[in-house]
Write a protein that binds this ligand. Structure first.
Ligand SMILES: Nc1ncnc2c1ncn2[C@@H]1O[C@H](COP(=O)(O)OP(=O)(O)OP(=O)(O)O)[C@@H](O)[C@H]1O
Length: 276
């Protein structure tokens, strides 16, 4: 991980981190949900984003995926702004990124195999026959059997739908994998299996992985870097080993607070935000 640096002035700079977010601001009407967020990761690095409810975690992932445009700031991959992605010259951003949405966002009317390989069918990479075979292979990776391929999302449990969403996110071997709560609602054994799989994929393909999670244990044990968010801002970001007990305690309190109603954030001012 590197600090946001002079790539803001010179995006083509050879020292650009693989993925960089510079001073991102996202508003919905008058509501500022991301406020001056800057982060960066090199290829193959992994990061967990953690924070209380409504901190802006999902919105940040969606900005990285290009689902939402930013009001200010930029998301850069290899120094190029994704908002200026020119599909005629570059591999399209959507071909480079895979995303699991919090609510899975599966197409109810399509069988599971078409959901899993939707993009690969749409962009002509695979025939329908190849797509079905690939879907079965991907479903196996997330612990679902081949019979599930022909079912519809409504035929599956919430946890199974989550796994289909993960299979879809990794279907095109993305360079960047964005996962919004990949293990929420899964039992510990399955959760462990999915996290192992994410780790294996990241290592094997040098995939840059950013995961939103509410599980501090997973965040601290499974990911290279941690970013703590609160009220749209980065409260702390750095290597997992550098997190201090004080930050850990504060975050635990914030996470508890999010299930019990809002709590004040005593250190919340720009000067005290730490970004490693
Ligand atoms: N499409 C939208 N239109 C308007 N407001 C939105 C939209 N999407 C998100 N928000 C608002 O942005 C804020 C951040 O939402 P976000 O979903 O990113 O939170 P989160 O940190 O992922 O929370 P949770 O852990 O509960 O999922 C919330 O106040 C939410 O209401």
């Amino acid at each position: 991980m590197t600090l946001p640096n002079d790539t803001a002035q010179n995006p083509a700079n050879a020292t650009s981190p693989f993925l960089a977010i510079h001073n991102l601001v996202k508003k919905f009407g008058e509501n500022t949900v991301l406020d001056d967020v800057s982060l960066s990761l090199d290829r193959g690095q992994t990061m967990a984003i953690i924070g209380p409810s409504a901190a802006g975690k999902s919105v940040l992932l969606k900005c990285m995926a290009g689902v939402y445009g930013a009001n200010q700031g930029s998301v850069l991959i290899e120094g190029k702004n994704i908002a200026e992605n020119d599909a005629s010259n570059d591999a399209s951003w959507t071909d480079r990124v895979g995303m699991l949405f919090q609510q899975n966002a599966l197409f109810d009317s399509l069988p599971i195999w078409q959901n899993v390989c939707f993009q690969l069918i749409e962009n002509g990479s695979l025939s329908r026959k190849q797509a079905k075979e690939r879907a079965v292979e991907l479903l196996g990776l997330v612990g679902l059997d081949a019979d599930s391929a022909t079912l519809r999302p409504a035929d599956l449990s919430g946890g199974m739908q989550k796994r289909v969403g993960i299979a879809r996110a990794i279907a095109n071997n993305p360079e960047i994998l964005l996962l919004d709560n990949p293990t929420a609602g899964l039992d510990p054994v399955l959760s462990n299996h999915i996290e192992n799989m994410i780790e294996t994929i990241a290592k094997k393909h040098k995939t840059t992985v950013i995961t939103v999670t509410n599980d501090m244990e997973i965040a601290r044990n499974r990911y290279d870097f941690l970013t703590m968010m609160h009220e749209g801002r980065v409260y702390w970001s750095g290597k997992r080993d550098d997190i201090s007990d004080a930050h850990n305690e504060h975050l635990t309190q914030m996470l508890k607070g999010s299930s019990q109603g809002p709590i004040s954030m005593r250190t919340r001012n720009r000067g005290q935000h730490l970004v490693a």
